[in-house]
Design a protein around this ligand. Structure first.
Ligand code: ADP
Length: 479
């Protein structure tokens, strides 16, 4: 499964945002918890000192002594310090406790008293559904050590924390949504220069290798990528230029000796004293030179097409007329090999095309159909208008194409593996050139074939009315 870079980036950003949000939530919660417990713990310290101040020992037993008419003292000992207990650390016995403490049934056993006497500390317990935070300390009196334990109710603190937890959790879906949206937006913004670069690079066709990607002047990695790409373009431009020159050179260097060879053979054929055997040799010689000439022409044409050196001149043309003209020029060939060539092109099928190239494409397909159809076979060419496209169809009752070869027939120099010896001459350029022509007209070629029964090549071109005005203008200028 292909995952887009934007999606990957957005997922990473979203995860990062969510981790940061979760971390902030936990930090806020912890901070609040520490503040609230620190306040309670400070209070407890005051209470420890305060309660011990009112303790007096009578007959060795601790008693709370205070002025019952003093509201402050009364409030402190009955309401503010609700829970207190005094233990004898020697035997763990509970010597004194407040009324509330008794109700809570929170008395410690001797082992717990001894442990607390060694390590006095703070703890929160929940008895009778009341959360109480206890703090203990060891005090000395009359040569004895006593454990004083005081507690405060921390119900408010805990409910404040619960409220905070609820608020944080209720914010979670909205925060997640915002994190995802922000991540998607940020990934899009981050990749925008890459997309701009891609758009620019896409617009550079083989015929416009002189164009370069713009330098944004930021000196960042993308600028460096653009510069590297520009250097590659420069090298490509130079190589393609050399190939074009080579194709021109070859065209000249090969055509001249071919013309000379053909001319000489024709001159020899004019001799009256030529034996029939020599005449036949020379005629076959001319035929081979013609084949070679046509092959060289195709090869050079394809080389030029592939290096962007060919220009198409498009106008409104009748596909039917191009098909009829191609059929007419191959009619003598069809007759000579005993194949019936039928043309079924009743209507006018208007397309926006270069008429010469269009005819060349149809000629290639017709030529193949005739070439691979045995004596007595049929080749049919049909043109028709379809709702949003124009179609030219060339079908034959020839040897067909195997399923293994079918996906490769438009490749440069591809030859079917079971090609007959007479078709195993170098080549395999016709369909590559045909595809190139169809591509230049923004069309497609579909092939269906049944080995032993025949093939059907369908060229589908956009109807001119479907082409956007700017596409028409562009195609008219160059390819
Ligand atoms: P060439 O005709 O020079 O061999 P093409 O590029 O025109 O090269 O065709 C490539 C191959 O596709 C041919 O060699 C042939 O095997 C196969 N082919 C093309 N058209 C047909 C057809 N109408 N019937 C059978 N095979 C075909």
């Amino acid at each position: 499964m292909k995952i887009k870079l934007r999606t990957k980036l957005a997922v990473s950003y979203a995860l990062l945002f969510m981790a940061l949000l979760a971390l902030s939530g936990v930090a806020v919660y912890r901070l609040m918890e520490v503040r609230l417990t620190a306040d309670a713990d400070d209070n407890l310290l005051d209470h420890l000192a305060g309660v011990w101040g009112y303790i007096e020992f009578r007959d060795g037993r601790p008693t709370l002594v205070y002025d019952k008419d003093d509201l402050n003292q009364k409030y402190f000992l009955r309401e503010a310090t609700r829970y207190y207990q005094i233990y004898d650390t020697a035997n763990g016995a509970l010597l004194l406790e407040s009324e509330y403490s008794r109700e809570l049934q929170e008395a410690l056993d001797p082992d717990q008293v001894r442990a607390l006497a060694l390590h006095p500390g703070i703890s929160t317990t929940k008895s009778q559904n009341v959360p109480v935070r206890f703090r203990s300390a060891v005090f000395h009196a009359n040569g004895h050590a006593y454990l004083l334990r005081v507690g405060v109710v921390v119900e408010h603190e805990l409910s404040d924390l619960a409220d905070l937890r609820r608020v944080l959790l209720s914010l979670l879906p909205a925060a997640t949504l915002i994190a995802v949206l922000a991540a998607w937006w940020m990934a899009g913004q981050g990749l925008r220069p890459v997309r701009d670069l891609e758009r620019e690079a896409r617009a550079i066709s083989i015929s416009e290798l002189g164009r370069r990607l713009s330098d944004r002047g930021t000196g960042d990695e993308l600028d460096s990528l653009a510069n590297t790409f520009n250097r590659v373009l420069a090298r490509l431009e130079s190589s393609v230029g050399q190939m074009r020159n080579f194709a021109d050179f070859m065209a000249h260097e090969l055509r001249t000796p071919m013309t000379v060879l053909r001319g000489e053979a024709e001159v020899q054929l004019m001799r009256t004293d030529l034996s029939p055997e020599w005449r036949s040799h020379l005629e076959s010689h001319i035929e081979e030179v013609d084949k070679l000439n046509s092959l060289i022409n195709r090869f050079l044409l394809l080389a030029k097409a592939e290096t962007g050196a060919l220009k198409l001149e498009k106008h409104y043309v009748d596909l039917t007329r191009a098909a009829s003209s191609a059929a007419k020029s191959l009619e003598p060939v069809a007759r000579s090999i005993g194949v019936a060539l039928t043309v079924d092109t009743a209507e006018r099928v208007e397309v926006f095309a270069d008429p010469q190239w269009l005819e060349e494409a149809i000629l290639n397909l017709l030529d193949n159909a005739l070439k691979f159809t045995p004596i007595g076979g049929q080749v049919r060419i049909v043109t028709r208008n379809e709702p949003d496209r124009a179609v030219v169809e060339i079908s034959d009752t020839g040897r067909g194409i195997s399923a293994t070869d079918l996906p490769h027939i438009f490749e440069h120099s591809y030859r079917a593996r079971d090609a007959e010896p007479q078709h195993r001459t170098p080549g395999g350029l016709g369909l590559a050139l045909t595809k190139w022509i169809v591509d230049q007209h923004l069309g497609t070629i579909q092939v269906t074939s049944i080995p032993g029964e025949g093939s059907r090549f369908c060229v589908i071109l956009p109807r001119m009315s479907n082409l956007q005005p700017d596409v028409r203008a562009n195609s008219a200028n160059s390819i």
